[in-house]
Design a binder for this molecule. Structure first.
Ligand SMILES: [Zn+2]
Ligand SMILES: [Zn+2]
Length: 404
Protein backbone atom coordinates (compact mmCIF):
# COMPACT_ATOMS: atom_id res chain seq x y z
CA UNK A 1 0.00 0.00 0.00
CA UNK A 2 1.55 3.31 -1.06
CA UNK A 3 1.90 6.00 1.53
CA UNK A 4 -0.83 8.13 -0.09
CA UNK A 5 -3.30 5.24 -0.35
CA UNK A 6 -2.64 4.32 3.27
CA UNK A 7 -3.44 7.87 4.38
CA UNK A 8 -6.65 7.82 2.30
CA UNK A 9 -7.63 4.45 3.74
CA UNK A 10 -7.02 5.63 7.31
CA UNK A 11 -8.87 8.93 6.85
CA UNK A 12 -11.86 7.12 5.31
CA UNK A 13 -11.99 4.85 8.37
CA UNK A 14 -11.57 7.82 10.71
CA UNK A 15 -14.47 9.71 9.07
CA UNK A 16 -16.73 6.63 8.97
CA UNK A 17 -19.07 7.69 11.83
CA UNK A 18 -19.81 11.09 10.22
CA UNK A 19 -20.13 9.42 6.83
CA UNK A 20 -22.80 7.07 8.16
CA UNK A 21 -24.73 9.83 9.90
CA UNK A 22 -24.58 11.93 6.72
CA UNK A 23 -26.00 9.01 4.75
CA UNK A 24 -28.79 8.67 7.31
CA UNK A 25 -29.60 12.37 7.03
CA UNK A 26 -29.96 12.05 3.25
CA UNK A 27 -31.96 8.84 3.70
CA UNK A 28 -34.43 10.63 5.96
CA UNK A 29 -34.86 13.51 3.49
CA UNK A 30 -35.29 12.00 0.01
CA UNK A 31 -36.33 14.10 -2.99
CA UNK A 32 -37.44 13.10 -6.48
CA UNK A 33 -35.59 13.82 -9.74
CA UNK A 34 -35.14 17.52 -10.49
CA UNK A 35 -36.67 18.41 -7.10
CA UNK A 36 -33.54 17.92 -5.01
CA UNK A 37 -33.57 21.39 -3.48
CA UNK A 38 -33.07 20.74 0.21
CA UNK A 39 -30.67 17.93 -0.73
CA UNK A 40 -28.60 20.46 -2.70
CA UNK A 41 -28.82 22.91 0.23
CA UNK A 42 -27.51 20.27 2.60
CA UNK A 43 -24.65 19.21 0.30
CA UNK A 44 -23.55 22.87 0.05
CA UNK A 45 -23.78 23.24 3.84
CA UNK A 46 -21.54 20.20 4.27
CA UNK A 47 -19.06 21.27 1.58
CA UNK A 48 -18.75 24.71 3.16
CA UNK A 49 -17.40 23.05 6.30
CA UNK A 50 -14.52 21.56 4.30
CA UNK A 51 -11.47 23.73 3.88
CA UNK A 52 -10.40 24.35 0.29
CA UNK A 53 -13.70 23.36 -1.35
CA UNK A 54 -15.34 25.99 -3.54
CA UNK A 55 -18.85 25.68 -4.98
CA UNK A 56 -18.70 26.50 -8.70
CA UNK A 57 -22.34 26.41 -9.70
CA UNK A 58 -25.68 25.51 -8.24
CA UNK A 59 -28.71 24.53 -10.33
CA UNK A 60 -29.01 22.77 -13.67
CA UNK A 61 -31.74 22.15 -16.24
CA UNK A 62 -33.61 25.30 -15.29
CA UNK A 63 -33.92 24.13 -11.66
CA UNK A 64 -32.04 24.81 -8.45
CA UNK A 65 -31.02 21.15 -8.18
CA UNK A 66 -27.51 19.78 -8.33
CA UNK A 67 -24.15 21.45 -8.03
CA UNK A 68 -20.53 21.42 -9.03
CA UNK A 69 -17.63 22.30 -6.75
CA UNK A 70 -13.88 22.02 -6.85
CA UNK A 71 -10.89 21.45 -4.69
CA UNK A 72 -7.35 22.24 -5.82
CA UNK A 73 -4.19 20.42 -4.90
CA UNK A 74 -1.31 22.61 -3.72
CA UNK A 75 1.57 20.62 -5.10
CA UNK A 76 3.05 21.96 -8.32
CA UNK A 77 2.53 19.65 -11.24
CA UNK A 78 0.23 19.02 -14.15
CA UNK A 79 -2.84 21.20 -14.44
CA UNK A 80 -5.06 18.18 -14.91
CA UNK A 81 -8.63 18.13 -13.69
CA UNK A 82 -10.49 14.99 -12.66
CA UNK A 83 -14.23 14.90 -12.00
CA UNK A 84 -15.86 12.73 -9.33
CA UNK A 85 -19.59 12.23 -9.61
CA UNK A 86 -22.39 11.27 -7.23
CA UNK A 87 -26.08 11.13 -8.12
CA UNK A 88 -28.49 12.61 -5.60
CA UNK A 89 -32.12 11.72 -6.41
CA UNK A 90 -34.57 9.34 -4.72
CA UNK A 91 -37.55 7.32 -6.02
CA UNK A 92 -41.36 7.41 -5.72
CA UNK A 93 -41.50 4.44 -3.33
CA UNK A 94 -43.07 4.16 0.15
CA UNK A 95 -40.33 2.89 2.44
CA UNK A 96 -41.14 -0.28 4.38
CA UNK A 97 -37.97 -0.42 6.48
CA UNK A 98 -38.54 -0.06 10.19
CA UNK A 99 -35.38 1.88 11.03
CA UNK A 100 -35.03 5.06 13.04
CA UNK A 101 -33.65 6.87 9.98
CA UNK A 102 -36.53 5.84 7.68
CA UNK A 103 -37.76 8.33 5.08
CA UNK A 104 -39.60 11.31 6.57
CA UNK A 105 -41.39 11.94 3.26
CA UNK A 106 -44.28 9.61 2.52
CA UNK A 107 -43.98 7.93 -0.85
CA UNK A 108 -40.39 9.01 -1.51
CA UNK A 109 -37.38 6.88 -0.68
CA UNK A 110 -33.67 6.55 -1.32
CA UNK A 111 -34.05 3.01 -2.65
CA UNK A 112 -31.04 2.93 -4.97
CA UNK A 113 -28.20 3.95 -2.65
CA UNK A 114 -27.78 7.52 -3.90
CA UNK A 115 -27.87 8.66 -0.25
CA UNK A 116 -24.69 6.61 0.21
CA UNK A 117 -23.20 8.05 -2.99
CA UNK A 118 -23.62 11.66 -1.80
CA UNK A 119 -22.27 10.94 1.67
CA UNK A 120 -19.36 9.05 0.09
CA UNK A 121 -18.40 11.89 -2.25
CA UNK A 122 -18.65 14.54 0.49
CA UNK A 123 -16.40 12.37 2.66
CA UNK A 124 -14.05 11.87 -0.32
CA UNK A 125 -13.80 15.68 -0.52
CA UNK A 126 -12.98 15.80 3.21
CA UNK A 127 -10.17 13.34 2.66
CA UNK A 128 -8.83 15.27 -0.34
CA UNK A 129 -8.98 18.50 1.66
CA UNK A 130 -6.70 16.94 4.28
CA UNK A 131 -4.27 15.89 1.55
CA UNK A 132 -4.29 19.14 -0.44
CA UNK A 133 -0.57 19.73 0.07
CA UNK A 134 0.17 16.28 -1.34
CA UNK A 135 -1.56 16.29 -4.72
CA UNK A 136 -1.44 18.46 -7.80
CA UNK A 137 -4.22 19.50 -10.17
CA UNK A 138 -7.93 19.99 -9.59
CA UNK A 139 -10.76 17.77 -8.47
CA UNK A 140 -14.24 18.70 -9.74
CA UNK A 141 -17.08 17.41 -7.59
CA UNK A 142 -20.31 16.76 -9.48
CA UNK A 143 -23.55 16.21 -7.54
CA UNK A 144 -25.92 15.16 -10.28
CA UNK A 145 -29.71 15.48 -10.04
CA UNK A 146 -32.21 13.17 -11.71
CA UNK A 147 -30.16 10.07 -12.52
CA UNK A 148 -33.36 8.04 -12.19
CA UNK A 149 -35.38 10.23 -14.54
CA UNK A 150 -34.86 8.15 -17.70
CA UNK A 151 -36.48 10.53 -20.12
CA UNK A 152 -34.47 13.51 -18.86
CA UNK A 153 -31.45 12.15 -17.03
CA UNK A 154 -29.31 14.67 -15.18
CA UNK A 155 -25.97 13.70 -16.74
CA UNK A 156 -27.04 14.70 -20.26
CA UNK A 157 -28.21 18.10 -19.03
CA UNK A 158 -25.06 18.65 -16.96
CA UNK A 159 -22.85 17.86 -19.94
CA UNK A 160 -24.86 20.24 -22.16
CA UNK A 161 -24.59 22.96 -19.52
CA UNK A 162 -20.82 22.72 -19.21
CA UNK A 163 -20.31 20.73 -15.99
CA UNK A 164 -17.39 18.92 -17.65
CA UNK A 165 -15.70 22.00 -19.15
CA UNK A 166 -11.97 21.74 -18.45
CA UNK A 167 -12.27 18.16 -17.14
CA UNK A 168 -9.77 15.53 -18.39
CA UNK A 169 -11.40 12.40 -16.96
CA UNK A 170 -14.34 11.37 -14.81
CA UNK A 171 -14.93 8.69 -12.21
CA UNK A 172 -18.17 7.51 -10.64
CA UNK A 173 -19.39 4.54 -8.64
CA UNK A 174 -22.55 2.73 -7.65
CA UNK A 175 -23.19 0.81 -4.45
CA UNK A 176 -24.90 -2.44 -5.44
CA UNK A 177 -26.68 -5.19 -3.52
CA UNK A 178 -25.87 -7.35 -6.56
CA UNK A 179 -22.43 -8.02 -5.07
CA UNK A 180 -21.16 -9.22 -1.70
CA UNK A 181 -20.36 -6.55 0.86
CA UNK A 182 -16.80 -5.33 0.55
CA UNK A 183 -16.21 -6.19 -3.10
CA UNK A 184 -14.94 -3.37 -5.30
CA UNK A 185 -15.44 -4.10 -8.97
CA UNK A 186 -13.89 -2.55 -12.06
CA UNK A 187 -14.47 -3.39 -15.72
CA UNK A 188 -12.74 -2.18 -18.87
CA UNK A 189 -14.88 -1.59 -21.99
CA UNK A 190 -18.64 -2.27 -22.00
CA UNK A 191 -19.87 -2.36 -18.39
CA UNK A 192 -23.58 -1.49 -18.22
CA UNK A 193 -26.24 -1.58 -20.95
CA UNK A 194 -27.99 1.14 -22.90
CA UNK A 195 -31.64 1.64 -22.00
CA UNK A 196 -34.26 2.43 -24.63
CA UNK A 197 -38.03 2.28 -24.24
CA UNK A 198 -40.72 2.18 -26.90
CA UNK A 199 -44.46 2.27 -27.47
CA UNK A 200 -45.96 0.56 -30.51
CA UNK A 201 -49.48 1.63 -31.47
CA UNK A 202 -51.20 -0.72 -33.90
CA UNK A 203 -54.43 0.45 -35.51
CA UNK A 204 -56.73 -1.78 -37.54
CA UNK A 205 -60.48 -1.75 -37.95
CA UNK A 206 -62.68 -3.09 -35.18
CA UNK A 207 -65.51 -5.52 -35.81
CA UNK A 208 -67.53 -8.48 -34.63
CA UNK A 209 -65.59 -11.55 -33.53
CA UNK A 210 -67.71 -13.67 -35.89
CA UNK A 211 -66.83 -11.64 -39.01
CA UNK A 212 -63.05 -11.08 -39.18
CA UNK A 213 -63.26 -10.53 -42.94
CA UNK A 214 -65.05 -7.24 -42.30
CA UNK A 215 -62.41 -6.08 -39.80
CA UNK A 216 -58.63 -5.49 -39.88
CA UNK A 217 -57.45 -7.32 -36.78
CA UNK A 218 -54.58 -5.52 -35.01
CA UNK A 219 -53.99 -8.44 -32.60
CA UNK A 220 -52.55 -10.46 -35.52
CA UNK A 221 -50.00 -7.72 -36.17
CA UNK A 222 -49.21 -7.63 -32.44
CA UNK A 223 -48.60 -11.41 -32.29
CA UNK A 224 -46.46 -11.35 -35.44
CA UNK A 225 -44.43 -8.49 -34.04
CA UNK A 226 -44.01 -10.28 -30.69
CA UNK A 227 -42.44 -13.26 -32.45
CA UNK A 228 -40.49 -11.38 -35.10
CA UNK A 229 -38.90 -8.91 -32.69
CA UNK A 230 -37.26 -11.74 -30.72
CA UNK A 231 -35.57 -13.00 -33.89
CA UNK A 232 -33.66 -9.71 -33.91
CA UNK A 233 -31.89 -11.03 -30.82
CA UNK A 234 -31.73 -14.74 -31.73
CA UNK A 235 -31.00 -14.42 -35.49
CA UNK A 236 -29.62 -10.95 -36.19
CA UNK A 237 -27.47 -10.38 -33.09
CA UNK A 238 -24.25 -12.35 -32.85
CA UNK A 239 -24.12 -14.81 -29.93
CA UNK A 240 -20.97 -12.92 -28.98
CA UNK A 241 -22.86 -9.64 -28.56
CA UNK A 242 -25.24 -8.87 -25.71
CA UNK A 243 -28.70 -7.34 -26.03
CA UNK A 244 -32.24 -7.92 -24.82
CA UNK A 245 -35.67 -6.87 -26.06
CA UNK A 246 -38.64 -7.28 -23.71
CA UNK A 247 -42.31 -6.58 -24.38
CA UNK A 248 -43.60 -5.42 -21.04
CA UNK A 249 -47.21 -4.38 -21.70
CA UNK A 250 -49.99 -5.32 -24.16
CA UNK A 251 -53.36 -3.60 -24.14
CA UNK A 252 -56.21 -3.72 -26.66
CA UNK A 253 -59.14 -1.35 -27.11
CA UNK A 254 -61.58 -4.26 -26.72
CA UNK A 255 -62.58 -5.38 -23.26
CA UNK A 256 -64.82 -8.25 -24.25
CA UNK A 257 -64.78 -11.61 -26.03
CA UNK A 258 -66.73 -10.98 -29.19
CA UNK A 259 -65.25 -7.70 -30.38
CA UNK A 260 -62.17 -7.50 -32.58
CA UNK A 261 -60.36 -4.44 -31.22
CA UNK A 262 -59.69 -1.30 -33.19
CA UNK A 263 -56.20 -0.96 -31.73
CA UNK A 264 -53.47 -2.62 -29.70
CA UNK A 265 -50.76 -0.86 -27.75
CA UNK A 266 -47.51 -2.58 -26.82
CA UNK A 267 -44.76 -1.21 -24.64
CA UNK A 268 -41.28 -2.54 -24.27
CA UNK A 269 -37.62 -2.01 -23.60
CA UNK A 270 -34.43 -2.65 -25.52
CA UNK A 271 -30.98 -2.89 -23.97
CA UNK A 272 -27.59 -3.37 -25.61
CA UNK A 273 -23.93 -3.14 -24.73
CA UNK A 274 -22.77 -0.93 -27.58
CA UNK A 275 -24.03 2.13 -29.39
CA UNK A 276 -23.63 0.35 -32.71
CA UNK A 277 -25.89 -2.51 -31.62
CA UNK A 278 -28.37 -0.05 -30.09
CA UNK A 279 -28.63 1.69 -33.51
CA UNK A 280 -28.90 -1.58 -35.36
CA UNK A 281 -31.73 -2.91 -33.16
CA UNK A 282 -33.77 0.24 -33.51
CA UNK A 283 -33.39 0.19 -37.32
CA UNK A 284 -34.26 -3.53 -37.42
CA UNK A 285 -37.38 -2.99 -35.31
CA UNK A 286 -38.54 -0.32 -37.76
CA UNK A 287 -37.94 -2.68 -40.70
CA UNK A 288 -39.89 -5.53 -39.07
CA UNK A 289 -42.75 -3.19 -38.20
CA UNK A 290 -43.07 -1.82 -41.71
CA UNK A 291 -43.15 -5.38 -43.14
CA UNK A 292 -45.84 -6.51 -40.70
CA UNK A 293 -47.89 -3.37 -41.31
CA UNK A 294 -47.92 -4.11 -45.02
CA UNK A 295 -48.73 -7.77 -44.47
CA UNK A 296 -51.61 -7.16 -42.06
CA UNK A 297 -53.01 -3.86 -43.46
CA UNK A 298 -52.63 -2.30 -40.01
CA UNK A 299 -51.14 1.06 -39.26
CA UNK A 300 -48.18 0.65 -36.92
CA UNK A 301 -46.63 3.69 -35.23
CA UNK A 302 -43.47 3.25 -33.22
CA UNK A 303 -42.45 5.83 -30.64
CA UNK A 304 -38.84 4.91 -29.83
CA UNK A 305 -37.21 6.68 -26.88
CA UNK A 306 -33.50 6.58 -26.23
CA UNK A 307 -32.89 6.95 -22.52
CA UNK A 308 -29.27 6.11 -21.69
CA UNK A 309 -26.37 4.87 -23.83
CA UNK A 310 -24.22 1.94 -22.65
CA UNK A 311 -21.56 2.64 -20.03
CA UNK A 312 -18.21 2.00 -21.75
CA UNK A 313 -15.20 2.27 -19.47
CA UNK A 314 -11.90 3.68 -20.71
CA UNK A 315 -9.20 0.97 -20.39
CA UNK A 316 -6.43 3.29 -19.16
CA UNK A 317 -8.63 4.89 -16.49
CA UNK A 318 -9.87 1.46 -15.47
CA UNK A 319 -6.24 0.43 -14.87
CA UNK A 320 -5.86 3.51 -12.66
CA UNK A 321 -9.03 2.55 -10.79
CA UNK A 322 -7.86 -1.03 -10.30
CA UNK A 323 -4.50 0.18 -9.10
CA UNK A 324 -6.06 2.64 -6.62
CA UNK A 325 -8.44 -0.09 -5.37
CA UNK A 326 -5.57 -2.53 -4.84
CA UNK A 327 -3.75 0.19 -2.91
CA UNK A 328 -6.76 0.79 -0.65
CA UNK A 329 -8.44 -2.58 -0.10
CA UNK A 330 -7.73 -6.26 0.47
CA UNK A 331 -6.68 -7.74 -2.92
CA UNK A 332 -9.26 -10.53 -2.67
CA UNK A 333 -12.01 -7.88 -2.63
CA UNK A 334 -10.89 -6.15 -5.84
CA UNK A 335 -12.50 -7.97 -8.77
CA UNK A 336 -13.40 -7.64 -12.42
CA UNK A 337 -17.14 -6.92 -12.66
CA UNK A 338 -19.41 -9.15 -14.73
CA UNK A 339 -21.54 -7.41 -17.38
CA UNK A 340 -24.43 -5.56 -15.78
CA UNK A 341 -27.58 -5.18 -17.96
CA UNK A 342 -28.77 -2.33 -15.75
CA UNK A 343 -28.14 1.17 -17.04
CA UNK A 344 -26.72 4.44 -15.77
CA UNK A 345 -26.72 7.91 -17.20
CA UNK A 346 -23.02 8.12 -16.25
CA UNK A 347 -22.59 7.01 -19.87
CA UNK A 348 -23.29 10.57 -21.07
CA UNK A 349 -20.08 11.75 -19.40
CA UNK A 350 -18.11 8.96 -21.06
CA UNK A 351 -19.24 10.23 -24.46
CA UNK A 352 -17.37 13.50 -23.79
CA UNK A 353 -14.29 12.62 -21.69
CA UNK A 354 -12.56 9.34 -20.74
CA UNK A 355 -14.60 7.77 -17.94
CA UNK A 356 -14.64 4.77 -15.68
CA UNK A 357 -17.40 3.51 -13.42
CA UNK A 358 -16.83 1.28 -10.38
CA UNK A 359 -19.30 -0.91 -8.54
CA UNK A 360 -19.12 -1.52 -4.79
CA UNK A 361 -20.82 -4.54 -3.19
CA UNK A 362 -23.05 -3.86 -0.18
CA UNK A 363 -24.93 -7.14 0.32
CA UNK A 364 -24.00 -8.92 3.55
CA UNK A 365 -25.44 -12.45 3.25
CA UNK A 366 -25.65 -12.74 7.05
CA UNK A 367 -27.92 -9.70 7.16
CA UNK A 368 -30.82 -10.26 4.73
CA UNK A 369 -31.92 -6.63 5.14
CA UNK A 370 -28.84 -5.60 3.10
CA UNK A 371 -29.65 -7.95 0.21
CA UNK A 372 -32.90 -6.50 -1.19
CA UNK A 373 -33.18 -5.44 -4.82
CA UNK A 374 -32.57 -1.82 -5.74
CA UNK A 375 -35.81 0.15 -6.24
CA UNK A 376 -37.69 -2.02 -3.73
CA UNK A 377 -39.45 -0.72 -0.61
CA UNK A 378 -37.16 -2.76 1.64
CA UNK A 379 -33.88 -1.74 0.00
CA UNK A 380 -31.12 -0.93 2.45
CA UNK A 381 -27.37 -1.03 2.32
CA UNK A 382 -24.54 -2.30 4.45
CA UNK A 383 -23.36 0.97 5.95
CA UNK A 384 -20.10 -0.57 7.05
CA UNK A 385 -19.03 -0.55 3.39
CA UNK A 386 -19.67 3.15 2.75
CA UNK A 387 -16.11 4.14 3.64
CA UNK A 388 -14.95 2.21 0.58
CA UNK A 389 -16.79 4.59 -1.74
CA UNK A 390 -15.26 7.63 -0.03
CA UNK A 391 -11.78 6.11 -0.17
CA UNK A 392 -12.21 5.13 -3.80
CA UNK A 393 -13.19 8.67 -4.84
CA UNK A 394 -10.15 10.19 -3.13
CA UNK A 395 -7.82 7.35 -4.17
CA UNK A 396 -8.84 7.48 -7.82
CA UNK A 397 -8.42 11.27 -7.94
CA UNK A 398 -4.94 11.21 -6.37
CA UNK A 399 -3.79 8.30 -8.48
CA UNK A 400 -5.04 10.01 -11.67
CA UNK A 401 -3.58 13.43 -10.83
CA UNK A 402 -0.23 12.40 -9.38
CA UNK A 403 0.50 8.92 -10.68
CA UNK A 404 1.65 6.32 -8.19
ZN1 LIG B 1 -31.73 3.40 -9.44
ZN1 LIG C 1 -28.82 4.26 -8.82
Amino acid sequence: MSDMMKKIHDLAKEYEPELISLRRYFHMHPELSWEELSTTDHIIEELEKIEGVRVLRRGFGGTNSGLTAEIRGEKPGTGKCVALRADIDALPIMEENDVEYRSRTDGVMHACGHDGHMAGLITGARILSQLRSEFCGTVRLIFEPAEESGIRGGAKVLVEEGALDGVDAIFGLHLFTLYPAGQVLYRSGPCMASADGWDLNITGKGGHGSAPELAVDPTIAAFMFGNAVQTLISRETSPKETAVISITSIETSSKTRNIIPESVKLMGATRALSGELQDRLEAAMRRVISGIAQMTRCRMDLDYMRFYPAVINDPELTDILKDAALGLFEPENVKEAPLNMGSEDFSFYGAVVPATFAQVGIADRNRPETCCPHHSATFNLDESQLWRGAALHAGFACRFLCGK
